[in-house]
Write a protein that binds this ligand. Structure first.
Ligand SMILES: *Cc1c(COP(=O)(O)O)cnc(C)c1O
Length: 494
């Protein structure tokens, strides 16, 4: 299987090259030339397999350079009992007869990023070996909260790697920040940036295209790579859990083979929902893809009008991992829909130059056949947390609540009551203060004591990795202006 840049089909790479590079030189995203189809009996076969086995099966379709043995070792290490607190890895929880919640937060950092970031270091280091790369890879990450911790945890003490995470100083929750600044490992660095997530992400993109920096680092024995969701090694492991969720529903007799499902995904950078689109394209009977946004509703507008326009006010919300105005992975969808690298290149040039682009009517109509977008603000998010808790005795985090709001808006608007899977992207314990607020608790504890308070109020246990934060020391304090992110890189890679 070959991989191409979304902006230039002529640039072709093998899977290991694509994963090692992270991003094409022209700024495009490396993407499979075509999507493999699941063989006819695949869902039936996968139904009786473990999550790890499903992961091997699906990833093998995309990674012909990797042996089944290699992929099995990776899957067992990434999704084993040391990392995930349930053998199901990504369990599906039924709320009622046609509403399911796909829990993607049972990994070491309690957010869905673990699903991909526990796998990526294995894929990346193996890819580098296949490329006979001798330099040490330095992973640069811009995070809106969860990616950073997920990547730090995935790469900590992995040989021949360093990792440096940039997060927006005032754009992450207290617990998210504590999770990052207490990170252990000899090869890790964490630095906050004055500004919002887009400032951090744009800054990291600029570092990648900085030729002088590249040369300087090469002399020191390093090269840069990315763990952001633009890396194919991030998207691929995410396809697995949509296929797995469908198989679980088959196995448990909740669906018959071929029955349609809708999938609803709380969305930021468009990586997670893109994986659902790919699962659909491969043959999972997914009918509609419901894209849920918070007040940063650039995608909701795009899906309804065909115009992507990032020139708008940026809001800090209680679902900070979705506070994003440039959804990078949308570029991959545009390639899949248009099949025209030159058209995608044109849109991205406009986005860079003016902050907006408008897709052709043909492209808009094709996208609208598959996708529906909805958004909600913080008050609605809190109302939904309370309502789901009240109705089902089930506790969800603010990101997941945005998803449930979108699903109910969709159902009210269309009357479509097809079984729906809502991706649950974080443990509510990562966002205790806002969840307590939503549940009507006005007298909230300080610092980490909110973990116990939420546990007492709801009867749910505090996830072990969050409880452990109490005994950890802060290791990182550096803050930089976005123009000076390069200093942090050079400081770490002396
Ligand atoms: C990253 C993240 C999202 C957004 O996912 P994308 O792949 O960027 O669309 C949603 N919820 C949580 C909790 C996240 O960490």
């Amino acid at each position: 299987m070959q991989y191409i840049s979304t902006r230039d089909r002529e640039q072709q790479f093998s899977a290991s090259q694509a994963i090692a590079k992270g991003l094409a030189e022209d700024g495009g995203l490396l993407t499979p030339v075509y999507l493999p189809k699941l063989p006819r009996r695949a869902l039936e076969e996968l139904k009786n397999m473990s999550y790890q086995q499903r992961a091997v099966y699906v990833m093998k379709l995309f990674l012909d350079e990797f042996s089944v043995k290699e992929l099995t070792d990776f899957a067992n290490a990434a999704y084993g009992p040391e990392k995930f607190d349930t053998p199901a890895v990504a369990p599906v929880r039924a709320l009622d007869g046609n509403t399911y919640c796909l829990e993607l937060w049972h990994g070491p950092t309690c957010a869905f990023k673990d699903m991909a970031l526990q796998m990526l270091p294995h894929l990346l280091t193996a890819s580098l070996r296949k490329q006979e790369e001798e330099k040490t890879v330095c992973i640069l990450v811009a995070t809106s909260g969860d990616t950073g911790k997920g990547a730090l945890e995935g790469f900590r003490d992995v040989d021949h790697t360093k990792i440096l995470v940039f997060y927006p100083k005032d754009g992450v929750s207290t617990i998210q920040e504590l999770q990052m600044v207490t990170q252990e490992g000899a090869n890790v660095g964490v630095c906050s940036v004055v500004g919002n997530f887009d400032d951090a992400q744009t800054g990291v993109k600029r570092l990648f295209s900085d030729e002088k920096l590249r040369e300087q680092l090469a002399r020191r024995g390093y090269f840069l790579s990315s763990a952001n969701s633009i890396n194919w090694g991030r998207v691929l492991p995410q396809i697995v859990y949509y296929i797995s969720a469908y198989c679980d529903l088959l196995r448990d007799g909740r669906l018959e083979l071929g029955d349609p499902v809708n999938v609803c995904v709380p969305t930021g950078n468009f990586g997670n929902i893109l994986a659902a689109y790919y699962a659909r394209d491969m043959g999972v009977p997914i009918q509609k893809l419901i894209c849920a946004s918070n007040s940063n509703n650039v995608l909701t507008d795009f899906l309804s009008t065909g115009t992507y326009d990032r020139n708008r006010t940026f809001f800090n919300t209680i679902s900070p991992s979705m506070d994003i105005l440039i959804s990078s992975n949308l570029e991959r969808l545009l390639l899949a829909i248009t099949q025209e690298d030159s058209e995608v290149r044109g849109y991205m040039e406009q986005l860079n130059a003016t902050g907006r682009y408008q897709v052709s009517d043909r492209v808009r109509e094709k996208i609208q056949k598959l996708f529906k977008g909805y958004c909600c603000g913080d008050e609605e998010t809190k109302r939904v947390i309370a309502a789901i808790h009240e109705k089902f005795g089930y506790l969800i985090d603010p990101h997941t609540a945005v998803g449930f709001s979108a699903l109910s808006q969709y159902r009210a608007e269309t009357g479509d009551e097809t079984a729906a899977i809502v991706a649950s992207t974080a443990s509510p314990f990562k966002f205790c203060t806002d969840v307590l607020d939503a549940l009507g608790v006005s007298d909230r504890a300080q610092g980490l004591d909110v973990l116990d308070q939420l546990s007492q109020v709801t009867g749910e246990p505090v996830p072990a990795p969050l409880a452990a934060l109490r005994s950890k020391e802060s290791r990182f304090r550096q803050t930089v202006e976005k123009e000076h992110m390069v200093d942090a890189v050079l400081g770490m890679l002396e």
